[in-house]
Write a protein that binds this ligand. Structure first.
Ligand SMILES: NC(=O)c1ccc[n+]([C@@H]2O[C@H](COP(=O)([O-])OP(=O)(O)OC[C@H]3O[C@@H](n4cnc5c(N)ncnc54)[C@H](OP(=O)(O)O)[C@@H]3O)[C@@H](O)[C@H]2O)c1
Length: 321
């Protein structure tokens, strides 16, 4: 794997969920390479604390904050407006924000929260920010996936869990099937529209972040919690900085191709150096990708690059580079 990186000095990089875990480490590594980091976070207080920490580690770095709750459509629309006014141009978008929660919960539009946060928010945010990408040859959209996506299947007939019993890890896995399929479908559509922007996926393996503790999934009260507390497992799991490496590679690795998907190269893709990672076959399906795209447009009300199937539609497509 080529370990050289593209030059990102003074390039604008938006990272969702940059205040913690993997997102924080990605922000740190890209700020160290001279990028202007726009932290897209839901809590201003947490973002300010993280910004302070980043500036202590990379003095003089250009790190700003724009708040967004990626599970909420109105917040995403407001973010895009603020971005246009306050920043205006974009080189790299890293869709990293994500949750795991044991309870069946919903956003204000009534969509199940894993789906709304981990996938639909990414779909909508990407569409609304697409017009701001520069014409630079190195623009990229990086979507953060998970190994978990290989262990379930997305179900268009039960996205709200009205039929099947809600199982949180399946809801998480399905949201990550969606983001993997979205990454590939976005790649196909960007290519078809002659865009320079690359759509790339990456997952961090298994990293010791706070993602489970925030909602009680990884406390000792649950079986999964007991498992993660186990000393041997703790030894196997990566630290956040190591988990961030695949995402950083997807964002700035030289020679990265659109439609690629990276993860750690170690046992079971848990940790290691960035390498091509395994995808759920469902996520690779082009018919599945098309269907997901059209369902996502209806669910979010954000339409873009929709003319892939019909030459006639081209005039209604939004302008991109
Ligand atoms: N850690 C792992 O082993 C692992 C494995 C596979 C995939 N991943 C993926 O890696 C990504 C980062 O997770 P992490 O492990 O670094 O967890 P984390 O430390 O909890 O970071 C998640 C980030 O997403 C933010 N976020 C959550 N919901 C949001 C919302 N509605 N709007 C805006 N921001 C929101 C969080 O903000 P708050 O701080 O305000 O909650 C936090 O900044 C996620 O997509 C996750 O699925 C992680």
């Amino acid at each position: 794997m080529n370990t050289k990186t593209i030059n990102i000095a003074n390039k604008n990089v938006v990272i969702t969920g940059a205040n913690s875990g993997i997102g924080f480490q990605v922000a740190l590594q890209l700020a160290s390479q001279g990028a202007n980091i726009i932290m897209a976070c839901r809590s201003l207080d947490k973002a300010k604390r993280a910004q302070h920490e980043l500036l202590a580690k990379v003095p003089g770095a250009n790190i700003s904050i724009l708040t967004v709750d990626v599970s909420e459509p109105e917040s995403i629309a407001a973010f895009a407006q603020h971005f246009e006014k306050q920043v205006g141009s974009l080189d790299i978008l890293i869709n990293n924000a994500g949750i795991v929660t044991p309870n069946l919960s919903h956003n204000s539009a009534g969509y199940e929260l894993h789906l709304a946060t981990n996938y639909l928010g990414t779909f909508a945010l990407t569409g609304l920010l697409l017009p701001f990408f520069t014409k630079d040859e190195h623009t990229r959209i990086v979507n953060v996936g998970s190994v978990a996506h290989r262990f379930d299947k997305f179900d268009f007939d039960d996205m709200g869990w009205q039929k099947g019993k809600f199982i949180y890890w399946k809801a998480y896995a399905r949201s990550k099937v969606a983001i993997a399929a979205f990454t590939l479908e976005l790649h196909r559509r960007l290519q078809k529209h002659g865009s320079n922007t690359l759509s790339v996926g990456a997952h961090p393996g298994l990293a010791a972040t706070d993602i489970g503790q925030k909602t009680g999934v990884t406390t000792v009260k649950t079986r999964f919690g007991q498992w993660t507390q186990d000393k041997i497992v703790a030894w196997i799991v990566a630290q956040p900085a190591e988990g961030a490496m695949s995402i950083v590679h997807a964002a700035v690795g030289e020679g990265v191709a659109g439609g690629s998907y990276f993860g750690p190269n170690g046992w079971f893709e848990i940790k290691g150096r960035p390498a091509e990672a395994r995808l759920n076959p469902q996520a690779r399906g082009t018919e599945f990708g098309k269907q997901l795209w059209s369902v996502s447009e209806s669910m979010t009300g954000v339409s873009y690059l929709s003319s892939i199937d019909s030459e006639q539609d081209k005039s209604s497509c939004i302008a991109i580079n």
